[in-house]
Design a protein around this ligand. Structure first.
Ligand code: SAM
Length: 286
């Protein structure tokens, strides 16, 4: 996306989309963190967190990864939990306070233009946020810039759509039933960095070294089709507006289509929908 007007419109679109769902992300934050726990655990291990580290969490949403990191850096360390959406940051601040995390500060920050000084952090964490950057190469350079020489980054994104039926099935069904393509052409979306080679090259080009790539299973387990549908109506940022705007007939058609498409994922407990994240851990050269 090279046209500046298009890029600015895309950033406004992405911010608006996440602002709309922030209250629902707040209500579902614990459940979202529980589902993402394997990713968070690998991110924190990969970043080799230690007491007194200064940690920056980007695109934090309700701040699950940052709050987990706060427990590992001690009173001499600090975790700055940040998101471009102020409502998300408020939710993260409240969650950190409720857990008694006194070493957490919060900030409204855009990961494509991080308003923090050069070399001001030891660690950058970003869980499922970088793929919403309109210019992900710029985001990678910004991560590199704010890290000290020898700083560490753990960045997790969703793998390709085919490996993530938990959301991909919905995108496909919406396109088939309504003709609406999700995300809209030219707009970043959940699977934008799902090509591992492309993702890795972004960090290499930004100056990260010692990159280690991991694939992490993160299935979505829901009690029923209705529970999955209700979740998508409120927290699935890229489709919430579309789903809530459907007329009765189209909604019925879409649900019927989806019930069929989800049959292979039925389990004794409801539905188990596969999901795979890509995690890159690396460091900045000294
Ligand atoms: C899928 S949510 C992930 C939230 C959280 N990291 C988690 O794993 O629970 C994506 C988040 O990216 C944030 N985001 C999107 N574009 C951003 C940008 N340019 N800078 C910072 N945050 C951004 C959204 O506001 C949203 O909170």
């Amino acid at each position: 996306m090279t046209d500046t007007r298009d890029a600015s419109g895309a950033r406004t679109f992405i911010r608006g989309m996440w602002t709309d769902v922030a209250p629902a992300w707040g209500r579902n934050a614990d459940e979202i963190d529980e589902r993402a726990a394997p990713i968070t655990q690998r991110m924190l291990t990969g970043a080799a967190l230690r007491p007194s580290d200064r940690v920056l969490e980007l695109a934090s949403g309700p701040g699950g990864a940052g709050v987990a990191a706060a427990g590992m850096v001690g009173d001499e360390g600090v975790v700055v939990i940040s998101d471009v959406v102020p409502e998300m940051v408020e939710i993260a601040a409240a969650r950190a306070a409720a857990r008694g995390a006194t070493n957490v500060r919060t900030a409204v920050l855009d990961l494509e233009d991080i308003a923090e000084p050069d070399h001001s952090f030891d660690v950058v964490l970003c869980r499922e946020g970088m793929m919403f950057a309109v210019d992900p190469a710029r985001a990678a350079r910004e991560m590199r810039r704010v890290l000290v020489p020898g700083g560490r980054a753990s960045v997790a994104v969703w793998a390709e759509r085919e490996e993530n039926p938990w959301l991909g099935v919905l995108f496909d069904a919406i396109a088939e039933v309504t003709g609406v393509v999700v995300p809209p052409p030219g707009m970043p979306g959940p699977f934008a960095l799902g090509d591992a080679d492309f993702f890795q090259q972004l960090l290499l080009d930004a100056g990260f070294t010692d990159l280690r790539l991991e694939r992490i299973d993160a299935p979505l387990r829901v009690a029923s089709f209705d529970a999955w549908w209700a979740r998508n109506l409120t927290v699935a940022g890229p489709v919430v507006g579309i789903l809530n705007g459907l007329d009765d007939a189209t909604r019925g058609q879409l649900q019927a289509h989806l019930r069929h498409a989800l049959e292979p994922y039925a389990s004794d407990q409801g539905l188990e929908l596969p999901g795979v994240a890509l995690l890159l851990c690396g460091r900045t050269g000294s």
